[in-house]
Design a protein around this ligand. Sequence first.
Ligand code: FAD
Ligand code: NA7
Length: 446
Amino acid sequence: MTKRVAIIGAGPSGLSQLHAFQSAANKGINIPHIVCYEKQSAWGGLWNYTWRTGVDEHGNNCHGSMYKNLWSNGPKEGLEYADYTFEQHFKKAIPSYLPRPVLLDYINGRAEKAGIGKYIRFNTNVRDVRYNVVKAKFTVTARDCLKDKEFVEDYDHVIVASGHFSMPNVPYYDGFEHFSGRILHAHDFRDAREFEGQDILIVGSSYSAEDIGSQCWKYGSKTVTISYRNNPIGYDWPPNFSELPTLLFVKDGKAYFKNGQSKKIDAIILCTGYKHYFSFLPDDLRLKTENRLATSDLYKGTVFNPNSAMFYLGMQDQWYTFNMFDAQAWYVRDIILGKIVVPDERLRVLDIAARQKAEERLEDSLAGIFYQGAYVSELINETDCPRFEIGMTNRAFIEYVGHKKEGIMTFRDQCFKSAITKRLAPMHHTRWTEAMDVSLESYLAK
Ligand code: FAD
Ligand code: NA7
């Protein structure tokens, strides 16, 4: 009997899973019956921009966390698909850093070429998954939001590819309820122009803090103050930027910090990260992990240890993204096809513990690049996943970190060599600080 596989989410991870199965089918291998549930009306996950915040048009949690003028925060050479290069898609060489619509166009191109849309049920929100031990089946309950109709179907495997940068972690500080300006989480940030001429307070000191701070600066905020909990980001920021320690409270339009300083502010943007959150999963199937490179409970970073018929993709903290999702998807595919055997629980637990120990021994965050590169390489070596030069990609990430230290407002003007074509990307026609229009047309002009 043909196996049945449910994939939850058609973002980059879910699409990688569909590519993996389709590539096996193209080689004449019998693949399972696949259904990919996607609650949005299009694929692309976070890269599929929405102006909405809060809830979507059907009353489900709004998935989008990306903003209108977002550019990739790493070079495209770090995520390029080995079987579908940027040059192949755009029919010319393009620069290393891309605005969101350009990256989405690339994702679209690969998915359209492979013809994987046939597996996806759009506008369909997965509401519940249960495992029946006797039948050894998962029961998936999903709502077709257009037809307003619920469906219940059984599967042999469930692959969760619903992302983990969508449910905001929202701390409270004294005085928030009396503050009359905007208080929002990065998840709801859409357009920096909203904050033009304003004094902005950003809480948090990681990727969202540095990028949303830079966006506000680029689109005309008067001042940007970043409050860090542990360590300042420490870049050589423009003059109207400052970094201050922990926020204590807010009173009468002013923010008060741990070092005794205070500052007048007009709006507060909480760049305080995200939670792994799976509202559709019961306790026994729900992954509980920190945002780290070696997630808890996932053998080889993919197989859910308490129930090895279930898989999670892309749940790690990420240096590697699209190409890591491919590596994971090919690996999961080969388990489902019976080509790779998952060991018993005792060995799985040892695997997870060893990965976490190795991560804890890493000297610094740069060592995390090599760690994740080695993980991607390990998975790729077990399947026929398209290969790329991981050493070269590791080096690109290291250089990119150096570029950010040299100039946080200029690092996106740098060019990298593709780990697949080995060709160097050209310079963009406009510096990032001056490139206000993020459309595909503007980007590809000239
Ligand atoms: P997602 O992209 O989150 O996709 C998950 C999909 O699952 C969504 O389509 C969602 O609608 C669907 N879904 C969720 N729940 C359900 C449900 N119950 N039923 C049905 N469907 C469901 N990565 C980079 O490589 N470069 C970058 O520059 C970069 N910038 C980023 C900027 C921001 C602000 C954020 C938040 C992330 C960024 N990332 C970046 C990381 C990003 O997470 C990955 O690039 C990628 O989008 C992860 O893909 P995913 O498929 O795992 O998750
Ligand atoms: P991250 O990378 O998880 O960072 C979260 C930041 O928020 C980090 O600096 C935390 O401080 C800080 N934080 C978390 N909780 C609090 C509280 N309660 N108070 C103050 N500060 C807090 O999330 P990002 O959104 O920056 O990045 C996620 C992805 O989005 C990333 O992969 C990018 O591609 C885009 P800490 O450093 O622990 O002191």
